[in-house]
Design a protein around this ligand. Sequence first.
Ligand SMILES: Nc1ncnc2c1ncn2[C@@H]1O[C@H](COP(=O)(O)OP(=O)(O)O)[C@@H](O)[C@H]1O
Ligand SMILES: O=P(O)(O)O[C@H]1O[C@H](CO)[C@@H](O[C@H]2O[C@H](CO)[C@@H](O)[C@H](O)[C@H]2O)[C@H](O)[C@H]1O
Length: 478
Amino acid sequence: MSALTPDGSPDPLAGLHDALIAWLPTQRWFPAKGRQVAGVRTASHSVISRPGETPTVEHAVITVSFADGAAEERYQLVLGSQRQPPGDLEHAVIGRRPTDHGDDVVYDGLADGRISRLFLALITENATREPLRFVAEPDTEPVIVGPGRPLQGEQSNSSVIYGERAILKLFRRATTGLNPDLELHRALRREGSAEVAPLLGAVEGSMDGEPMTVAMLQEYAANSADGWSMALASVRDLLAEADLRADEVGGDFAGEAHRIGKTVGAVHRELAAALGTRPLDAEVATEIEAWMLERLDRAASAVEGVAEQRDAIAAVFHGVSDAGPTTIQRIHGDLHLGQELRTPTGWLVIDFEGEPSKSLADRVRPDSPLRDVAAMLRSFDYAAFHQLSEREQATDDPDPQLERRAQEWADRNRSAFCDGYAEVAGTDPRDTPELLRAYELDKAVYEVLYETRNRPGWVSIPLRSMRRLLTPAGRSER
Ligand SMILES: Nc1ncnc2c1ncn2[C@@H]1O[C@H](COP(=O)(O)OP(=O)(O)O)[C@@H](O)[C@H]1O
Ligand SMILES: O=P(O)(O)O[C@H]1O[C@H](CO)[C@@H](O[C@H]2O[C@H](CO)[C@@H](O)[C@H](O)[C@H]2O)[C@H](O)[C@H]1O
């Protein structure tokens, strides 16, 4: 463990390394939970608060190394420290750090309303606290400055909400370059998109001499519900009513699936207008197939169920080369029902960061919009079979009738989504079934890996879909 920063100066977090090693794996946003952290060192560090202000507020990028020798990863921290922080910050404490005048308690800064308030104030003032630049988007109404409330729940990053008006997201994984979430929200704002929450500001910094996105501020969609919870409620209603068809159950979701399809179609049109399109030519097709195969081989070496089907899946990926004339463009890259919010007036798409495990270069690569469409079709499958997979784990007794009904829900909502998408995008995804199937299988392979690492109890959901997509019946079920 080094006590020096890359420029040779003493590491300002040196006294905290052991505490950070213990704390990181307990954080929801830290993806490498199962792996033992071997060490941390500071890659960059700055103090945001003014001398004498309490609490002291620091921004740091730390480099994390792992006991299994895997590649190091970098994460962003906002830290607060004070001799004796208020008792309600107890849950956020990371550790103690010796100073010249005694120990300070260091904690996760976003848990402290004083610190989230400072971030909002600095964005509103377009302030610079070297090397960080706090920027309000041009022509936005300033948000009334006040403390933020940390968002609870499943997240890859960390967010705070300001009085139902704005939401600030601190990106945890530190990468150089413009974060696609900020980049695409900026582009969509320029297009006047009604399908995303308007961007209000950002915090930008630098790392290794390159720009880096620290955080992003957006309008908060008050009174919204996410598509995943709504879809699960609908499936639950259907499975509880043995005698009714999906269209007869109170919680039928098809109208919403249709609206989501229109929303995704509109986002694709806007992204194409803002950032352009290119033909999916032979060279691009070969590249896309190569990424698919590379991830298939990773999944096959980790999961037996994938290894058994490896060649059959690889054959489906040829659908990309055989697609015929079509285009590529910037896309969302990790769409699912949880990335869609139902507001009182319609649907919003959130979180344009792309798949968390991909490099930035891969996440910003133009791709077929069918990657997003396929990801949504996968999400309808997930929602349909989630309850059944829990039931099967608990009882080990599959119920074919419930399975048929879950499949009925998936088919109904998948087609409603495609209908809505085709109405707005002007192309029907079902007109290129082999290309769509290639993307759907690629997503299922990704999900098998994702679930194996993060939620092993869920892996049966994508494995089941993977098998279905390889059967002749799976081809026509749309
Ligand atoms: N603009 C918004 N308005 C209301 N809630 C939002 C907004 N953006 C995000 N959220 C809420 O925050 C959660 C996490 O946001 P997301 O952008 O997906 O973060 P992450 O990148 O950490 O996964 C979402 O599931 C949603 O509940
Ligand atoms: O939301 P993230 O950007 O962190 O995306 C990752 O996590 C998602 C789960 O939260 C994961 O999505 C998978 O599970 C969903 C249900 O929880 C399901 O609706 C999706 O279809 C399925 O892919 C996503 O793949 C992953 O990148």
